[in-house]
Design a protein around this ligand. Structure first.
Ligand SMILES: Nc1ncnc2c1ncn2[C@@H]1O[C@H](COP(=O)(O)OP(=O)(O)OP(=O)(O)O)[C@@H](O)[C@H]1O
Ligand SMILES: [Mg+2]
Length: 270
């Protein structure tokens, strides 16, 4: 059995916390280190797809999920990695799949078809705990949780962890939380420092807070306007440095847990 790529779902049901920014820049930083990376845009808002100015041709991720079209037919190269693009049609996949058995295993099935082609697959989730996020969690080995260092965002984390724990308990025992990533951190802001203390208490030693924190930077929207990752747009800047540090931390943090594991063995099929 081929050892499948390490699959990381970038998830948080809270909107606008930096899931897409994290996904594309972690992808770019991992690609810079020679990893073969696939980014899956599993969000009907298709922010990652728009960021790179990709206009998906048919078939799209919708067809992968609904019709079982090969994922390999959907991916396009962007910068140093591959993107499985989405468009607004993806939204209707939920209704299409609602009564179909195994509807939450469709992405997993798609990824099995590209086994061996990628070292890391990053799945950008929508801001919902819906069928798309379920597909991401059941396809993933790990969950990366970007969060902003503000109380409402931190207070919303238990819902996500509760969902992950439910998935672990009932279908996917080896799913693990890779870590919580603080995005838009400003260490000079008292509120952020205080919120960080609250975040540590909220994680209560059960979930890992990543050492890397991503600062706020005008280069993020600037890069998006230039249709590039920040890592590519401003390679010498502090944000690129932070994403490289994140890539290092992700590579260091996952090797032991996923070494020698095949995904077929990891999930009980219902
Ligand atoms: N570190 C940062 N510095 C400055 N702006 C940022 C940073 N991270 C994200 N942003 C901006 O915040 C907005 C939301 O970011 P992003 O789209 O990555 O969040 P998201 O969690 O994917 O949102 P959604 O829940 O809608 O999918 C974007 O406009 C992005 O440019
Ligand atoms: Mg997003």
């Amino acid at each position: 059995v081929a050892v499948v790529a390490r699959v990381i779902a970038v998830a948080n049901q809270k909107g606008g916390v930096g899931k897409t920014t994290t996904t594309v820049n972690l992808g770019a930083a991992l690609a810079e280190r020679g990893r073969r990376v696939l980014v899956v845009d599993l969000d009907p808002q298709h922010t990652a797809t728009k960021l790179f100015g990709v206009r998906p041709a048919s078939p799209t991720l919708y067809h992968v999920l609904v019709d079982g079209a090969p994922l390999a037919d959907v991916v396009v190269p962007v910068e140093g990695f591959h993107l499985a693009p989405a468009d607004l049609d993806l939204d209707s996949a939920q209704a299409q799949l609602w009564t179909v058995p195994g509807r939450d295993l469709r992405l997993r099935g798609g990824l099995e078809g590209v086994a061996g082609r990628y070292d890391v697959v990053l799945v950008d989730c929508p801001p919902n705990l819906n069928l798309f996020t379920a597909n991401a969690l059941l396809a993933a080995d790990e969950v990366l949780v970007p969060v902003e260092c503000e109380l409402p965002a931190i207070a919303a984390l238990p819902d996500l962890f509760g969902t992950v724990e439910m998935v672990q308990r009932h279908v996917h025992r080896t799913l693990r939380v890779l870590g919580v990533l603080v995005n838009r951190f400003n260490k000079r802001t008292v509120l952020h420092r205080e919120s960080l203390a609250f975040l540590r208490r909220q994680l209560a030693g059960r979930y890992r807070l990543l050492d890397t924190m991503i600062p706020t930077g005008i280069r993020v929207p600037e890069a998006a306007q230039a249709r590039q990752s920040v890592v590519r747009y401003d390679p010498a800047g502090p944000l690129a440095g932070a994403y490289r540090a994140l890539a290092g931390e992700v590579l260091a943090g996952g090797a032991a847990a996923t070494a020698g594991m095949t995904r077929t063995a990891a999930v009980a099929r219902g």
